[in-house]
Ligand binder design. Sequence first.
Ligand code: MIG
Length: 634
Amino acid sequence: MIKKFRIGKPFDTKAVTAEIQEEKISAFPLELSQEERCVVAFELRGEDMIFGLGETVRGINKRGWIYESWCSDETEHTEDKRSLYGAHNFIVVSSKDKKFGLFVDFPGKVEWDLGYSNPDKAKITIDGNNVDFYYIEGETERDIVKQFRQIIGKSYIPPFWAFGYQQSCWGYSKQSDFISVRDNHRANNLPLDCIYMDIDYMDKFKDFTVNEELFPDFKSFVSDMKAHDIHLLPIIDAGVKKEQGYSVYDEGHKKGYFCKNPDGTDFECGVWPGIVGLPDFLNKDAREWFGSQYKTLIDMGVDGFWNDMNEPALFYSTKGLDKAWEKLDKLSGREIGIWDYFGMRDTFARLQNSMDDYSSFYHNVDGELVCHKDVHNLYGAFMTNAAGEYFEREYGREKLLIFSRASYIGAHRTSGIWFGDNYSWWEHILLNLKMLPSVNMCGFLYCGADLGGFNNNVTGDLLLRWLALGVFTPLMRNHRALGTRAQEAYQFDNTQDFADVLAVRYRLIPYIYNTFRRCADENDMMFRPLAFDYPEDKLALEVEDQLMLGEECMIAPVYEQNKSGRVVYLPEPMTFVKLSGENITSTKLSEGIHYVEVKLNEVPLFIKQNKKIPLAMPALNTAGLDMENLDYIS
Ligand code: MIG
């Protein structure tokens, strides 16, 4: 049962697609106070658990920390942080006698103090008082999620090939880089379906352009790669380079499609291309205009994109930089104290993604000026909707792959997400795992983390262990930052181990793909906390390093260094399966705690009693998969 409560005149976030009758606010079932800000609160008792909040830090059970919904270009996903790239305002609260879901539909900042200030109290502070609440009651957590998913509309489904293995690296720039990635995979019997193009393919980082020196005939290059069954996926950044004569900028500027300063001039900031205009994705016409720009690259044969820097990420604004120079000028040449020095240093560091800037530019929403700060969390979602809606209209469903870094609930209907700039840290394998059920709760099914880690230098064992989780995530992409140690599967001496693990992905595609489609159809979660499936099992409730997958399985990757296996908890008897290349070993295990050994080239999987899962024969790409002749394991 879903109840909708409205306070004031909320901004239309487009998150909810169903028509729901409003209830009287006096019937709102939680504590509610309204002054300048709206605050919702409720008691937390001993064993109560809180799930949700989508893409964010910390545990599957979110209790005991303070989170902020504020789409952030956060480059260090450590547990002291409060926000990452997404703003996913949905939680499920689970206590012994009552379970409920709460969606706070609000496009500005929301603070979730879930037992941080006071362990017995949850306090949600909304940065304003025009907001819609959806309160959902149900028998089980999964049922509450399904009801929620039903009102926000069906999840995006990518093309089938998007379930293949994908390689990415910030730094591939010339044609020969891409060809060598392709050929090295082939030569080492490593499967591959896609290679990503990061910002270097562009001409001076200008969206929808291709550097002609690097790619003299881009169209034939794309088609040549496709003839080898490799899809190329260019990145698109939110900011549009300010350059006279660059048609996208000229048109956007002329038509007033960029975000504005209060005086009506374009708000300008520095990102990779230098000074950019920020397309006003909150403006319907600007949105349609930007969406149609993708055609330039689609016409060259490209059939997918990833949208980046759309929180939006700002290195500095021109007005912010002017102020910083002024400060510097005042100090320059004088004898300064240590605090002056720190102040000066911080003045420049604080220019990045600053609240001053977010509070100082405006969107044009149907003729009305809206301050960015009040709708910040919609920016990336609306950018991606612009693309996704255009793709569906012009090319049909399931034709183009698209996923985004920033998101709000609603974007799950038109695109997937990736989890941004993680590190080659063992603990980030676990963070990857923990985010999967929470983003599924919010409708994001096509998702995944940068396997191997984006920042920092990888090691072969870390990458193998991470891939053994990645074989189960719909988006399975190995990606790394410029200047980090090479981490393609063929860069390590034990290449065969990588071939063994990647082969398992292709063996599992029939299962992963069908489970994905079923979950999209039925508004279900692909990955669930054990707590959702075994609510009466005290041990299962607290498991934070294993997940249920589909109706059939449980996954439990090894995520620590120098471990030949791990401890796993089985809430019921299961078959423990190890998959490696074409090899399968299986052992029946009773319910309870076990230590299981897992070699670096093996993928561990636990299958429930009386369940079986299909396996295809390994293939080198999705085009070569035989989806008809399947084996079954149980
Ligand atoms: O400021 O395009 O998260 O995946 O490789 C960094 C370069 C910009 C951030 C993305 C990352 C991408 C990188 N981008």
